[in-house]
Write a protein that binds this ligand. Sequence first.
Ligand code: ADP
Length: 398
Amino acid sequence: MNILVVNCGSSSLKYQLINMDDESVIAKGLCERIGIDGSKLTHQPAGKDKYVVEHEMPDHTVAIKLVMDALVDPEHGVIKSTDEIAAVGHRVLHAGTVYSDSIIVNEDVKRVIRECFDLGPLHNPANLMGIEACEKAMPGKPNVAVWDTGFGMKMPEKAYLYAIPHEYYEKYSIRRYGFHGTSHMFVSGEAIKFGNLDPENAKVIVCHLGNGASVSASIGGKCVDTSMGLTPLEGLIMGTRSGDIDPAVVQFICNKEGKDVNEVLNILNKKSGVYGMSGGVSSDFRDIEAAAKSGNHLAEVALDAFRYRVAKYIGAYTAAMNGVDAIAFTAGVGENDKATRKAICEYLGFLGVKIDDQANDVRGKNAVISAADSKVKVMLIPTNEELAIARDTLALVK
Ligand code: ADP
């Protein structure tokens, strides 16, 4: 049974067609510059050459149509007809406080996605366009929404409520939601399996360290706390996002620079993080590391601060759970950067964390990287958000 996974951004659409019998990816691809001149589809069928289609894509409906054409193309396709797709799983950013579990899309679900446009202004409209495009292209085919906020919705009140007047939660649902939910769910689950941990009680901290970065704490796979908040701006230092700062900084910059709140928030989202700290070297961690190595002091401090912040969150989440059984690293930096994993773990000697340098010399595959006598299992678990979405979709339509 094949599941199509769709992840829509405002001008992009990523997809994977997954054969759920063996969970293999039979084709994947990307539509870029939707609604902009020069749109193109890059389609990669497994075991065949890449196929690029340069074609106008005024909207997501046209993009989905081109994806369908590519999937059934006699030469570059992987299926004979769209009847071979059982269902479509969509990554959807925000369901407010309404949904946490994945759900088959109906008119109510679409209404909730629409009502949450202000909570996810960049993503929710695009996610809804993707769903409606699939409805048009494949009438009657089930579409499933898998929420990026779903994992964080299981947090207890003491973790998700901000210490602001309660009326704002009641009126506007302002709370910590957390993001990268499918990744945290997938990686914490895989860590429990791969590490042979108690599925009901294992205390796991997942460090999703990519351009966007977040940490979660979960017990038996159920989220206890997570570092991103109402929006993905809170928590760790990221490629271009500041993560935690004193909110008064916003007012201070507004006053000193004659900017409004929106402009400063834009700076905190797009011009801060290691990019801003390093004086504009790059938002890419490889560039930051190269600059730090060649003696750029600000890049060195940015990298140190990034790692230090991750370690502080691990400390805090260990306290939140009164212990930790496993720490799992994932995403671009977490899966590829052994120096960062080691540097973070060096802060955690007090927990009895010990990294095995040889075991840590690994990338992109499940591995235990801690020493045999480490009190906490440290692992590398590559994330696979598409597979997590496909599994949830299959479970709902089977
Ligand atoms: P996102 O999905 O948030 O865009 P990814 O999870 O793809 O991010 O991670 C991208 C980040 O991973 C980039 O900043 C990149 O520099 C970093 N990265 C990839 N490989 C390495 C590596 N070998 N060492 C350090 N950083 C790396």
